[in-house]
Write a protein that binds this ligand. Structure first.
Ligand code: ISL
Length: 601
């Protein structure tokens, strides 16, 4: 028996989700019609005035999510953690960090969410633990520790002395700057950390490690959670040994090698995920949602991960579209988006997973800048551009993810000095930039556009100080504009981004074409228009979106839309009075306007 398995394993099935109850078509997985809302607990709502969001704060705001209509909450990590990476460095997988509350608070959140038919999906961070996890503390204690092999320990490169530059076992760079190896002075060996040095990588080759993780997952399912979002899950199978290229991929300014080919989608990935499925999900009655976070995943790999026949995960987050505005110097050297690239990318994933597999659709999460600032217009056209970006995403086929504050059209943090940043990725980058002599103005511009902190400021709930996120001093500065961009104001205004997202979610729940319709991109080369259709045997949705600040005339015949039933019935639109075709089959979209027509076929 495993440490996490309770002695008397009486298994209670999880209650059905809101979608299951409403289900009108028995044949599909419930998550095909679901919308997931991501909560980043540190920044969602602070109930006790200490400046840090917490679990009781989330429970108190569940009615907001209920009104929005989402089916699932994905909770970013709330486990015990030293918070080197805001909780993605876990020191106890079965307890809640005191900064966020207690296990009892979490039980209450799960129960209160269930009362509203909302499932709670946990963040599963098992590529690495914290260096303060007892497993790692035991592992590092000596070279013959029983848990030595639970992590990746290696001697210095042959012919070198541990500690000297170039002695690292491989030249791999970490995701967060610097080497991916850290020397442990006491035992004279290095351990691998693909992320920060406080996030040592677990060795999945060791069957004991896997058994512990699966038992921990069953422990959570038994507690009533509705599934897992799996952090960097495609990195768990590694070939540790070979140096990475200095040229391939995105060459790094800091001179470290690109180890991706050795640890992304590694040789035993599919075996591990299939084993996990069998040991965790097959072993436990209920219906769950599983989504893998898979940086660098290819479409072909994603198809394999999400092919139901392989019994691995339900869907994965792809990253290709997130890189389309990264410049030659990487994410902090952004370049303007070329709209046809984005349309083509999403269309390729629509086609590629049309027959087999399933898409996870997202613009935002806690690692990305805010979409309205990134690819919309967070000035004059903030509200309408946020709505139109939402429309385009939600009308694709797949399961949409809404990141907290996205439904309010929250913009980027607007930080103007280095002192305002908290995220270790941003701070490491700033240190590198200083060393490399990068102009401080250029550095600040890059951070303002791409820092993960852009999405990590407190959610604006009302017009009070700090948008009502906290009554204390927030752990990170607040995004300006909460006086008008806040949840209270948005709920009171039928024209708000909030109500638009609510309508998009309702449309998914009520119109099977949103779920099933075959996707076809129109006018792929158009640089302002995003147009596509979704079609089933019964009906067609026609999506026309103006992704620019200028008026845009659309010729329906040119788009191949002149034939068939007229475009009359509006399913959802960015404006109260939606644009409609004139007698000549011409339709004029106002700046950032979008409209979705529904017609019989
Ligand atoms: O945000 C990134 C860099 O800009 C990504 O490379 C990110 O680090 C990668 O997608 C993995 O993200 C996940 O694992 C990290 C954690 O810091 C992120 O917050 C998490 O989403 C390590 O656990």
């Amino acid at each position: 028996m495993n440490a996490f398995d309770p002695p008397n394993d009486a298994v209670e099935p999880v209650p059905p989700t809101r979608r299951e109850r409403r289900r009108d078509r028995a044949s599909r997985p419930w998550w095909h019609t679901a919308v997931v809302y991501q909560v980043y607990p540190r920044s969602f709502a602070d109930s006790n005035g200490d400046g840090v969001g917490d679990i009781p704060g989330i429970t108190a705001r569940l009615d907001h999510l209920d009104e929005l209509g989402v089916d699932v909450v994905w909770l970013s990590p709330v486990y015990r953690s030293p918070h080197d990476d805001n909780g993605y460095d876990i020191s106890d997988y079965t307890d809640v960090d005191p900064a966020f509350g207690t296990l009892a608070d979490l039980d209450e959140l799960i129960a209160e969410a269930a009362r509203r038919d909302i499932g709670v999906v946990m963040d599963l961070v098992v590529n690495h633990t914290s260096d303060e996890h007892p497993w790692f503390e035991e592992s590092r204690s000596s070279t013959d520790s029983a848990k030595r092999d639970w992590y990746w320990w290696r001697d210095a490169k042959p012919g070198t002395t541990a500690g000297e530059p170039g002695a690292e076992p491989t030249n791999w760079g970490s995701f967060f700057s610097g080497s991916a190896w850290q020397l442990d002075e006491a035992t004279g060996q290095y351990y691998l950390h693909l992320f920060s040095r406080k996030q040592p990588d677990l060795n999945w080759e060791n069957p004991e490690v896997r058994a512990e993780i699966y038992a921990m997952m069953r422990w959570w399912l038994k507690r009533g959670v509705a599934g897992f979002r799996m952090d960097v899950i495609n990195l768990i199978s590694k070939r540790v040994g070979r140096d990475g290229s200095l040229e391939d991929g995105a060459p790094r300014a800091d001179g470290w090698g690109n180890g991706f080919p050795q640890y992304v989608d590694g040789p035993r990935m599919h075996a591990f995920l299939a084993e996990m499925h069998q040991q965790v999900f097959d072993a436990f009655p209920g219906t769950y949602l599983t989504v893998g976070e898979t940086p660098g995943v290819t479409l072909e790999q994603a198809r394999a991960y999400t092919d139901p026949a392989n019994r691995e995960v339900d869907m994965v987050f792809q990253f290709e579209h997130m890189g389309l505005d990264h410049g030659v110097g990487g994410k902090f050297d952004p370049r303007p988006l070329h709209l046809p690239d984005l349309k083509a990318n999403l269309a390729r994933w629509q086609d590629g997973l049309a027959e087999t597999g399933w898409n996870a659709l997202y613009w935002n999460n806690h690692d990305q800048p805010r979409i309205v600032s990134r690819w919309g217009d967070d000035g004059e056209h903030r509200v309408v551009s946020a709505k139109t970006l939402g429309t385009v995403l939600h009308l694709h086929r797949g399961t949409p993810y809404v990141y907290q504050g996205e439904e309010l059209g929250m913009p980027n943090a607007g930080f103007t000095s280095l002192e305002q940043y908290r995220d270790l990725e941003s701070l490491n980058h700033a240190a590198d930039a200083e060393r490399l002599g990068i102009d401080p103005e250029v550095l600040l511009r890059g951070l303002a556009a791409q820092s993960r902190d852009n999405a990590r400021t407190g959610v604006a709930w009302d017009g009070g100080p700090h948008g009502g996120f906290t009554t204390g001093e927030p752990w990170i500065g607040s995004t300006p504009g909460w006086e008008h961009t806040n949840a209270e104001a948005a709920r009171a205004d039928q024209g708000s981004v909030f109500h638009h997202y609510r309508r998009l979610i309702e449309l998914r729940h009520t119109d099977p074409v949103v779920v099933d319709g075959e996707f076809a991109l129109l006018a792929p080369e158009h640089e302002e228009l995003w147009a596509f259709t979704r079609t089933t045997a019964e009906a067609q949705l026609v999506v026309l979106a103006n992704l620019s600040g200028d008026e845009l005339a659309v010729d329906l015949a040119e788009l191949g839309l002149a034939e068939g039933a007229p475009l009359r019935d509006v399913a959802v639109a960015s404006h109260a009075e939606a644009a409609r075709p004139d007698g000549e089959g011409r339709l004029v979209l106002r700046p950032w306007e979008s409209v979705v027509f529904r017609r019989a076929v």
